[in-house]
Ligand binder design. Structure first.
Ligand SMILES: *Cc1c(COP(=O)(O)O)cnc(C)c1O
Length: 409
């Protein structure tokens, strides 16, 4: 079979799956249009502002819309948040005091957050160095949350628990909404006061329900992933309880300044329009992920998740035997990118990551992983973590080249 025939056969198989995902995208699209209508978005809301950024109505309106869509009391949506790690780190530093206890209840957190916490090296400025007590509850043997161990670990001294929705650089499945609900319930039953925080990176709009509606207190993510829709040029968001948002805003700017300051130097149309497009772009990524899963499964590789398994994020992991194959895979993704397509990739050190990592991201927005991109840390089992795709057609194009290489056609 030639590559196109392999793709067409996979698409035939995926038809029903695609329809289910289209329905989720439709519901999220409707939710967002209704929110824009209710908030009476106008062209002047897109304008840039300067200096202190007092009275930036568009910025405040965008935050109200985020709060509304994520069913939260309040939101921080800022271009000054430099990444997802920054948004999550701001929540941790804004809410935790020396002596407080933080537990990551679904195993180790994302690599960059391990460094923020100071898990391995409690360097100056990390949470542990500042006196925050940290522990982890490992996953169960199937790679899922260990509800019993979680219940036992949460006590009246637990200030906050951290839940990561996406798989990160592991082969465990992403959490689904039902699991997030049950995790919140498990923690709150033990201690009503414990703050439940969700790292929502890559999870937004993969379902019709978001973590705040599951009872989470605070949720954060990156605008150069799902909710930026591929248009947001930078930034992060945080949604949750008003009182918590206030404390985090005091940390991000300064006490008593909070959310009132912060000029919008970049045109805000990109943030509004990106959010408007986000459900559709997430759909493109999800369809692409299913296609990659199916074709690599057919070619005999282990894929996580499988094409017909539920998805709580946009990430597709594929396991290879060697770093050489991983590098070849990433190079193909790079070569079919609209930007920097001729760049040669290699494993290298990246700020915030302890291990060498290769990142294919020939993207319009630097490092944007809602655009078709792929990362692979230098560790066993050698796997690629593929995500994004602004158009399904781009994913299909990449699939074509990947089949030609990995099917030996
Ligand atoms: C991407 C990501 C982050 C944050 O990464 P940044 O590159 O700093 O935006 C955090 N957690 C998870 C699970 C992620 O996928």
């Amino acid at each position: 079979m030639n590559a196109l025939a392999v793709i067409k056969a996979a698409e035939q198989q995926l038809k029903e799956r695609f329809q289910q995902m289209e329905e989720v995208a439709y519901q999220n699209q409707a939710k967002i249009i209704e929110s824009f209508k209710e908030h009476r978005v106008r062209e002047y809301h897109f304008n840039t502002t300067t200096g202190y950024g007092y009275g930036d109505d568009g910025r405040d309106l965008l935050e109200s819309i985020y709060a509304h869509i994520f069913e939260a009391e309040d939101a921080i949506v800022r271009q000054q948040l430099v990444s997802g790690t920054h948004a999550i780190s701001a929540c941790l530093f804004g809410l935790l005091y020396p002596g407080d206890q933080l537990i990551s209840i679904i195993g180790p957190p994302y690599d960059t957050l391990g460094n923020v916490i100071g898990k391995e090296v409690a360097a100056r400025g990390t949470l542990i160095e500042r006196g925050i007590k940290y522990s982890e509850v490992p996953l169960d043997l199937n790679g899922g949350p260990d509800f019993k161990a979680i219940a036992e670990s949460v006590t009246d001294k637990t200030t906050m628990v951290l839940i990561q929705r996406s798989r990160g650089y592991t082969l465990r499945p992403a959490l689904n909404i039902e699991q997030i609900k049950r995790l919140v319930l498990t923690v709150k039953e033990r201690n009503q006061q414990t703050i439940v925080m969700v790292d929502n990176c890559y999870g937004e709009f993969t379902d019709t329900i978001e973590p705040i509606a599951c009872g989470a207190d605070i949720v954060a993510g990156s605008l150069i992933k799902n909710p930026g829709g591929g248009l947001a040029p930078s930034g992060g968001y945080i949604v949750g309880k008003k009182e918590l948002i206030n404390r985090i805003a005091y940390h991000i700017t300064a006490p008593f300044l909070g959310k009132s300051l912060g000029a919008s130097l970049a045109n805000k149309r990109l943030f509004f329009q990106g959010l408007f497009l986000a459900p559709h772009v997430v759909l493109q990524s999800l369809k692409g992920a299913c296609l990659f899963a199916r074709i690599f499964e057919v070619m005999g590789y282990d894929v996580y998740p499988k094409w017909d398994e539920p998805r709580g994020d946009i990430v597709q992991a594929i396991k290879f035997d060697s770093p050489k194959e991983v590098l070849e895979f990433c190079q193909i993704i790079q070569n079919c990118s609209p930007v920097d397509s001729d760049v040669n990739l290699e494993y290298a050190a990246v700020p915030g990551y302890s291990r060498p990592i290769v990142m294919a991201a020939g993207t319009f927005v630097q490092g944007s992983s809602i655009e078709l991109s792929c990362d692979a840390p230098f560790k066993e089992p050698y796997s690629v973590f593929l995500q994004g795709g602004l158009t399904y057609e781009h994913c299909r194009y990449a699939a074509h080249l990947l089949i030609q290489r990995f099917n030996g056609i």
